[in-house]
Design a protein around this ligand. Structure first.
Ligand SMILES: Cc1cc2nc3c(=O)[nH]c(=O)nc-3n(C[C@H](O)[C@H](O)[C@H](O)COP(=O)(O)OP(=O)(O)OC[C@H]3O[C@@H](n4cnc5c(N)ncnc54)[C@H](O)[C@@H]3O)c2cc1C
Length: 593
């Protein structure tokens, strides 16, 4: 949670820069202790190695690592040692931090808003145009509207969305919702409280509670129908008199001399109109048509989610997100209302079995159903038979903006990560808090060039939180997916067993995933601690050349998973944001009160 001091720094970006402290949105230290992990039985490893005998010959031949793997291996060993050292240091700082943390408690916003029937500003008088009223657009419109800006929101479809995305908000995202004064959007939508995750692998399971002890009792994850949540947020935004919410499809950005001046859009009635504002924020989601001129979109689609709704059944661990480490890739379950459970089945690749000819139903029944917990089996089959199967591509795209005067990107249009860890809304809401704090001291937004230069700091200030959540999502998806490679198998098992150790070994990773403590160094430390744990188990009770080789490959695989993701996120912005000049940029003009 934020202390009064951090809230103060937050509201004044200047003080943040002059004090050269790290941005306030990086939460305080998570308690970490480094103790000796328990050893797994050597028998399991021997059994597994015997099963892999068929591959022995091939592995013996490939004794020469490729240059790239050598690179990853060396990096991996260095990072592993660094990770161990860091975990040790963090464990020492734990006791010091605990007394500070005890004083930090959540403060809920007491503000109440009445829905206003007054019409909003004329479109040509708006300070900010927001394209799209999904999670990012509605939250942003409400936030900057509440700060007194005239906001014109143009949304393609104002009816309640019916989608399989954005249904589980992590506790870190819920904290952001409170900070924005939007937490009451969780009321009256039958949202379910989520207190942690339950992880299933090969018939075993382990509970991973969110480390929430030091927060207000209201703070937890929430899961719900995405459409109900969006409608509540739109309602809240529309309740601000200076926010105008209009149904229309934005067709293009209006650009003059390299400055975005507004948008052209088609109204519900089919009329072609133009709207102008000094700042246009594009929040048109993962299928964005407008981002092309504002960033260099490198979209990767590693898999798709197939969505079903289960009825009349109980989750094995109520109020928990469930992750099944299935073959070929994970399956998720979580409640979306008091009577419904969402199931998302990950299907690797960009294509899923066709639904219409029954291939999908067959795949779900024959490949997926045997791998899910028995408590959910019958409801899963009934959901398939009911036939309402939905699919969505799981996209990932690092943020790589072209800073453009007059325009900004937000939400999925700007940055995406694999939805396995449910981090998208947390990143979007966290970004909105950063942008709100940057815009607050500005009187007017008309000097497009200096505003653009100033807002470049946004890309660095957001990085530690966003890149940690993004990197974890990408890395965990790879680690949790099945692979015939013995090193990857070992890494997957080591990850499950590491998290099962509990204490700091589950609290650390879960505090990253939940957005409660999204710090890049903690992520790297735990990731390589898992790799070292895997190697250690391989070398016990006796290190054979084969096990040693798998251990070497494990470190190399771990490095090959995490380093490219971090490279795409930007090492410097991720780990040393304070060394980026834009971090210190001052606002062009301060607000006069
Ligand atoms: C399968 C899946 C599951 C996910 N699950 C989770 C989860 O559990 N937790 C989580 O935090 N994140 C999850 N995410 C990610 C999350 O859904 C997104 O990060 C989040 O919805 C992004 O919000 P947004 O406002 O950017 O986009 P959206 O919520 O998609 O909103 C975009 C809006 O823009 C409108 N629009 C589009 N084009 C135009 C146009 N030309 N003119 C006007 N309006 C336009 C659309 O109608 C829409 O209302 C998931 C993603 C996927 C793919």
């Amino acid at each position: 949670m934020l202390t009064a001091a951090t809230v103060h720094r937050f509201t004044n970006p200047l003080s943040l820069r002059t004090s050269r402290q790290r941005p306030a949105h990086i939460f305080r230290d998570e308690s970490l202790k480094f103790g000796a992990p328990e050893l797994s039985t050597g028998g399991r490893i021997v059994r597994e190695l015997n099963e892999q005998r068929g591959r022995k010959k091939r592995m013996g031949v490939v004794m020469v690592l490729s240059q790239q793997h050598q690179h990853y291996l060396l990096g991996g060993i260095a990072a592993s040692l660094l990770g161990l050292g860091l975990l040790f240091l963090l464990s020492r700082s734990h006791s010091k931090n605990e007394s500070k943390q005890n004083g930090n408690r959540i403060r809920r916003s007491d503000e109440k808003f009445e829905v206003s029937d007054e019409s909003g500003p004329d479109s040509d008088l708006a300070d900010v145009i927001v394209v799209g009223a999904g999670v990012a657009g509605s939250a942003l419109a409400y936030t900057i509207g509440k700060d007194g800006r005239r906001v014109h929101v143009i949304e393609r479809d104002l009816r309640e969305p019916d989608r399989i995305v954005g249904e589980l908000l992590q506790p870190g995202g819920y904290l952001k919702l409170i900070e924005l004064g939007l937490d009451d959007c969780m009321e009256e939508i039958d949202a379910q409280r989520i207190s942690g995750y339950a992880l299933f692998k090969d018939g075993k399971n382990t509970k991973l509670p969110y480390p929430l002890k030091k927060y207000h009792s209201d703070v937890a994850g929430r899961s719900f129908h995405n459409g109900r949540f969006i409608q509540r947020m739109r309602e809240k935004a529309a309740s601000i008199p200076n926010v105008k919410l209009e149904q229309g499809t934005v067709t293009a950005l209006l650009e003059e001399n390299g400055i975005v001046k507004g948008v052209s859009y088609k109204t519900k009635a089919g009329e072609e109109l133009k709207a102008y504002a000094p700042l246009t924020v594009v929040c048109d989601g993962c299928f964005s048509n407008l981002r092309r001129t504002l960033c260099s979109p490198k979209v990767d689609v590693p898999s798709c989610f197939v969505g079903l709704v289960l009825e009349n059944c109980q989750l094995p661990c109520p109020n928990h997100g469930h992750v099944i480490l299935a073959d070929p890739s994970p399956i998720l379950f979580y409640p979306i209302s008091s009577t419904e459970i969402r199931c998302l089945v990950d299907v690797p690749g960009q294509k899923v079995p066709p639904i219409l000819n029954g291939e999908m139903a067959n795949y779900l029944k024959t490949v997926v159903a045997p791998q899910i917990p028995s408590e959910l089996h019958d409801a899963f089959i009934s959901a398939i038979d009911r036939g309402s199967i939905r699919t969505m591509p799981n996209k990932s795209m690092p943020a790589s903006p072209y800073p453009t005067p007059g325009a900004l990107l937000m939400g999925d249009a700007f940055n995406m990560r694999h939805p396995l860890t449910g981090g998208g809304m947390t990143v979007a809401l966290s970004d909105i808090v950063v942008l709100r704090n940057l815009l607050r001291p500005l009187d007017d937004l008309h000097d497009a060039s200096s505003l653009c230069e100033y807002l470049e700091s946004f890309y660095t200030l957001r990085k530690p939180v966003a890149s940690t959540i993004n990197t974890l999502a990408g890395a965990l998806y790879k680690v949790f997916s099945a692979s015939p490679d013995p090193a990857r198998k070992e890494m997957r098992q080591a990850c499950f067993d590491y998290l099962s150790l509990g204490g700091v070994f589950s609290n650390g990773p879960i505090s990253l995933l939940s957005g409660l403590n999204p710090r890049p160094l903690v992520l790297v430390a735990h990731f390589f601690a898992v790799a070292i744990y895997g190697v250690w188990r391989l070398l016990l009770p006796f290190p054979s050349p084969k096990r040693l080789w798998i251990g070497v490959r494990l470190i190399s695989c771990a490095s090959a998973i995490i380093f490219p993701i971090m490279k795409a996120e930007g090492f410097r912005q991720m780990f040393f944001p304070a060394t980026v000049p834009a971090y210190y940029r001052a606002p062009p003009a301060l607000k006069h009160h």
